[in-house]
Design a protein around this ligand. Sequence first.
Ligand SMILES: NC(=O)c1ccc[n+]([C@@H]2O[C@H](COP(=O)([O-])OP(=O)(O)OC[C@H]3O[C@@H](n4cnc5c(N)ncnc54)[C@H](OP(=O)(O)O)[C@@H]3O)[C@@H](O)[C@H]2O)c1
Length: 315
Amino acid sequence: MNASPVSRRLNVVTGAFGYTGRHVARRLLSMGERVKTLTSRSASESPFGDRVEVEPLAFDDPDALARSLEGAETLYNTYWVRFPLGSTTFDSAVANSRTLIDAAGRAGVRRIVHVSITNASTRSPLPYFRGKAMVEDAVTGSGIEWAIVRPTLVFGEGDVLLNNIAWAARRFPFFPIPGSGLYGVRPVFVGDVAAIAVDAGSRSDNLLVDAVGPETFTFEKLVQLVAERVGARTKTLRFRPAAALFLSRIVGQLVRDEVLTREEIEGLMNGLLVSDGPTTGQTRLSDWLQENAETLGRRYASEIRRHYTSSDSPA
Ligand SMILES: NC(=O)c1ccc[n+]([C@@H]2O[C@H](COP(=O)([O-])OP(=O)(O)OC[C@H]3O[C@@H](n4cnc5c(N)ncnc54)[C@H](OP(=O)(O)O)[C@@H]3O)[C@@H](O)[C@H]2O)c1
């Protein structure tokens, strides 16, 4: 069916060949919308063939960035960095995000749907969560219509963290749990995050919404559930957080990646990946694990390979 001219509005998605952005782009395309991505990746890496236009996410050339946003109705922004490495820092990610938002304003973009994180706060001692809040402030202060979508831990095709929990559970006799393991996680399905984002894009009110799933687990139960579903016999063992970090770094040496950062452990232990808000994504992790048990964690998903060296396809 041919899409009508009205439905061919241009949507720009940062990171449409990545994880969350890929699902946002997929959903927009399925609705007959026109999609352009801004990314450091090349068009040859597109999972969408030539259905998604590709331009660089040119933070070093704000005028070019503004030109690449011209004519866009909505900007779906997933850009962020998971941890600092080399010249990439959380401060540079905040500065880059501000450059992007400013370019969107100059290009006349009608609406920004910005993907943030639950419990982002400018008062957070954790630079990831503080930086995300600073970018939220840039979005809400931009003068552009906005929606901020704040996911908890995101699971689904292309995920890193849960995939690597399954990967470790399949290989090692024990899984180190930082601290008590009793802190909560309320995971949300990536397809639900995309649906929430695209729905937010179709509105015209300013909106702040947590993207949260229907199930809350303690972190230890989450690891045990993943292990059980993939048929792994690993046992969870509680460690002091510093010791758990040390062990994750040993594994990191083997796979040449940052498996888990100190900050991620602190975020988890401080309950920042839960929300008391209503369920906004209906997919249950326990069901999804059942359906994806065969493939989850068969291969390690490397953040460094994805973003600092050659490309990595979703796990
Ligand atoms: N994954 C989760 O569990 C989770 C949970 C809560 C919130 N979030 C938020 O959701 C958003 C999307 O996360 P995601 O996991 O789906 O990320 P992603 O697809 O891996 O990356 C999203 C975007 O950020 C860019 N990017 C990532 N790391 C980078 C680096 N080191 N240097 C330069 N560019 C980098 C990617 O660039 P390329 O297009 O060039 O690859 C892409 O444009 C982020 O804002 C994140 O804070 C994620």
